[in-house]
Design a binder for this molecule. Structure first.
Ligand SMILES: Cc1cc2nc3c(=O)[nH]c(=O)nc-3n(C[C@H](O)[C@H](O)[C@H](O)COP(=O)(O)OP(=O)(O)OC[C@H]3O[C@@H](n4cnc5c(N)ncnc54)[C@H](O)[C@@H]3O)c2cc1C
Length: 376
């Protein structure tokens, strides 16, 4: 019986980065997905812009920007063919937003420069407000990147139906009761979790559509206003993305999911020769508080049985599943967060180093338990 150090379930950008980080640190890893290739979930749909967050410097902005610095360095060092450091211009959404940019400036903790409307015009961008250029930001080829990572890791197509722990190792079963075994499990399931009760993490779906367009437009830099427009890379410009709160993994659309994107892009750049190559649709899985979910998983059944008062406001010590971990909740910034979150998770699994409290899913459990009790 082959026993892996870790089996990572889910070959989106989260699972690929987790498996890669663990293997880099010497573990015998297996990555599995119900599909035969990587990035068939949200990760395959992503425009995969990798840029810092702007704003008033709150904790989520700080974390995002730490992750951004790590991600661009990681992609350049390990997967340079799939990360295009085009720079990303952040353009104010409107007059009111433009007023805020001078306040945001002090919280731009990665390298940036101001571009005036004339400088934007010279780059082929129609815009009346000065904007930030983050020259170290860029855009990934999302499915190609995930599959390049997958090439370096043992992979098996396996639809996990059930997880069982025998006290020393985990057994993963598919519908045919075929079994895989590992000391540790990482769940990187994106939006569709059918394996464990992880309701307390409050994973929510935001549906998105975006498109790749053929174009000869000379556009050397990517940008984001209300939507994102990528630089022209090998004759393709990406437009992304719509945001629709969703419960179902496929949203019914009017057959023209990209109409608003095309209309907004035409106000930013000359899109007259854009010709749709491909439409992508997928679900982003975000947490309740928009911070990633990285770490151990609380055993909800154990807590209910042994500490029922936790549902009435008590704060007993939390019991976690042995050697079972999660990396999820990356929301609309999976390609920004995944490399750093995977690194933190690998330190927890291999060295027992506790993950950063900001991303530890424990932060959500007690509040969820109290709320559950109050809900009739
Ligand atoms: C339209 C759109 C645009 C986006 N744009 C950007 C962007 O510009 N920049 C950015 O950083 N992020 C962007 N995102 C967000 C990004 O795509 C997500 O954050 C990221 O894909 C999350 O990756 P994941 O690995 O957590 O989930 P997923 O990619 O959904 O992967 C989960 C995987 O788990 C597998 N799985 C689930 N259950 C099982 C099971 N029981 N057995 C086996 N396998 C299982 C699924 O098959 C799937 O492959 C965008 C997303 C969308 C939809």
């Amino acid at each position: 019986m082959k026993i892996y150090d870790t089996i990572v379930i889910g070959a989106g950008i989260a699972g690929c980065c987790a498996a890669y980080a663990l293997q880099q640190r010497g573990q015998k890893v297996l990555l599995v997905d119900r599909s035969s290739s990587a990035a068939t979930g949200g990760s395959g749909a992503a425009g995969a812009f990798v840029s810092p967050k702007i704003g008033k410097g709150g904790p989520l902005q700080q974390l995002t920007n730490e992750a951004f610095v790590y991600a661009k360095t990681f992609y350049k060092a390990h997967f340079p063919d799939y990360f295009h450091q085009t720079g990303v211009i952040r353009i104010p959404k409107d007059e009111e937003d433009a007023q805020k940019f001078s306040m945001y400036e002090q919280y731009n903790d990665t390298h940036y420069t101001w571009l005036t409307p004339a400088e934007l015009q010279a780059l082929g961008i129609q815009e009346e407000h000065s904007s930030f250029l983050f020259d170290e930001a860029g855009v990934c080829d999302a499915p190609e990147l995930c599959n390049a990572i997958l090439q370096q890791i043992p992979f098996k197509q396996f639809d996990v139906n059930e997880l069982n722990y025998d006290g020393t190792k985990w057994h993963l079963l598919n519908a045919e009761c075929y079994t895989l075994n590992a000391k540790h499990i990482v769940l990187s399931l994106g939006y569709q979790n059918t394996l464990l009760d992880m309701r307390y993490m409050g994973v929510r779906g935001t549906w998105g559509s975006r498109g790749d367009y053929y174009s000869n437009l000379k556009l050397d830099v990517s940008m984001h206003k209300r939507i994102s427009v990528s630089a022209n890379v090998d004759g393709i410009i990406k437009l992304g993305a719509t945001h629709v709160k969703a419960k179902e993994p496929c949203m019914v659309c009017d057959g023209k999911p990209l109409a608003t994107l095309e209309q907004q892009a035409s106000q930013m750049v000359d899109s007259s020769d854009f010709r749709l190559k491909e439409t992508f649709c997928g679900m982003r899985s975000g947490s309740k508080d928009y911070f990633p979910l990285v770490g151990r998983v609380v055993d909800v059944s154990y807590m209910a049985e042994h500490h029922p008062n936790v549902f009435r406001g008590a704060k007993p010590e939390l019991k976690h599943f042995e050697n079972l971990f999660v990396l999820n909740g990356l929301g609309g910034r999976g390609f920004v967060f995944a490399p750093l979150m995977a690194q933190w998770l690998s330190e927890l699994i291999i060295n027992g180093k506790e993950v950063d409290k900001r991303v530890d899913p424990d932060r959500l459990f007690l509040k969820w338990a109290r709320k559950l009790h109050k809900t009739p």
